[in-house]
Design a protein around this ligand. Structure first.
Ligand SMILES: [Zn+2]
Length: 420
């Protein structure tokens, strides 16, 4: 199995090389900014969005970067566009297409163009489009101890080199893929299982973030009601309100990222090559609507779709596949006898055969069962064993502290200070 690992190398280089690196990073930013502008232009004019191939043709030989670097950056830009598009389609209206003007951007080199000689890594710069001369490659000394394996990507950050190293040695792993399943957002953010050990990522922190936000903005509204609309003070209060909203959104994103990381960690630890998740577009249609709506409320403006988006992109980095499957009846079916009924409370109790299990786990295990048996939940195939670990992506205590200035319930000094 291929597995990629990213390592960071702090660079200590001569002034000349530093200058060379800074120029390359500036040139990469120039390309990035041009791409952002061109894409925006096409969107604004309602033109057909350009394809990656068109971009490659358009930007080829116009920058003082290696042609492969240009291609890699275009690839990165399009991946970025695609992620944003998916997130927006999934309801994350906060997701923006690249828009920031960059001063520096990390240039990227891919596999076969990275040369290694003794302890040095050579990052080719290609041909200068103006002088038509081959530019000097950036040559950097590597530390003595870097993990063995093939360097598949190099990215030049500020004073740092990020190397993606692929395990050169083909690890002899059983050919059968190991699949885990995750039941997303029915009760918790996600319950993931490999059939033996389950992990439930609890989304409670989300609620406290959003409660804090609601409280704070209510207080501000009250203060606003005492002053004239659009007055200086009113505007200042309004700005504070927006700031709080932005902050809670950031916290929510942060928490979701951490939750996704927990699931990724689990999959890596269990050497899972594929994770099956329920088709979330289905949730909105079927009877779990209520549950998902409640969760969506906790998540504030975000939907489960955003969470799935995070998972997808994090998994891609580790070579884990993410597959969606229909999750119908996975929470209702008894894993022991196949009887269907709607469970109540935190326990799953089968009225027919007497099976008792943790409800969180039953959903995830049945999803795995269903996937492995090509769409049907086979009774007795996988029996939940109650081995569920509960995990909060962020410690709630720390979160409450940070989540809002008004958690004390007192008219917050914070808010008043911010108003001045
Ligand atoms: Zn049963």
């Amino acid at each position: 199995m291929k597995s990629n690992r990213v390592i960071q190398i702090q660079l200590q280089v001569s002034t000349t090389v530093w200058q060379q690196m800074t120029e390359a990073r500036g040139e990469a930013a120039r390309l990035w900014n041009k791409m952002v502008k061109l894409h925006l232009y096409c969107r604004k004019r309602n033109k057909k969005w350009p394809t990656q191939a068109q971009f490659e043709k358009h930007f080829a030989r116009k920058f003082r970067l290696h042609s492969q670097t240009i291609q890699a950056l275009i690839g990165k830009f399009f991946a970025n566009i695609e992620t944003t598009r998916t997130n927006r389609a999934n309801g994350d209206k906060r997701a923006r297409y690249p828009y920031k003007e960059k001063t520096y951007f990390n240039p990227v080199w891919k596999g076969q163009h990275i040369k290694q000689e003794l302890n040095y890594i050579m990052l080719p710069m290609g041909i200068d489009p103006h002088t038509r001369k081959r530019q000097l490659a950036i040559s950097v000394r590597l530390p003595e101890t870097i993990p063995q394996g093939k360097i598949v990507q190099a990215e030049l950050a500020f004073g740092k080199l990020l190397l993606t190293i692929q395990n050169g040695i083909e690890v002899e792993k059983p050919k059968v893929e190991k699949v885990a399943a995750s039941d997303l957002g029915s009760i918790h953010l996600g319950v993931v299982t490999d059939g033996t050990d389950s992990l439930a990522v609890v989304g409670r922190g989300l609620r406290s973030i959003n409660q804090g936000k609601a409280k704070a903005s209510a207080q501000i509204s009250q203060l606003q009601s005492r002053c004239e609309k659009y007055s200086r003070r009113w505007k200042k209060l309004q700005a504070t309100k927006r700031k709080i909203l932005r902050k809670t959104q950031n916290q929510t994103h942060n928490l979701l990222h951490k939750a996704a990381n927990e699931i990724v960690d689990y999959c890596q630890e269990k050497e899972v090559s594929k994770l099956v998740v329920g088709d979330i577009t289905e949730i909105n249609k079927n009877k779990r609507k209520k549950a998902s709506r409640r969760l969506n409320q906790e998540m504030g403006l975000l939907s489960l779709g955003v969470f799935v988006g995070y998972l997808k992109y994090k998994f891609a980095a580790f070579g884990i596949e993410l597959e969606t499957t229909s999750e119908s009846y996975t929470t209702k079916t008894c894993p022991a006898c196949g009887h269907k009924h709607k469970p109540k409370g935190r326990q799953y109790h089968c009225p027919k055969c007497g099976f008792v299990g943790v409800r969180d786990e039953v959903g995830a295990i049945n999803l795995l069962n269903k996937y492995l048996n090509k769409g049907t939940i086979k009774p007795q195939f996988l029996i939940p064993n109650g081995n569920v670990k509960y995990l909060r992506p962020v410690k709630l205590k720390n979160f409450a502290k940070r989540s809002s200035p008004t958690d004390t319930g007192q008219p917050s000094i914070h808010v008043l200070c911010a108003v001045g």
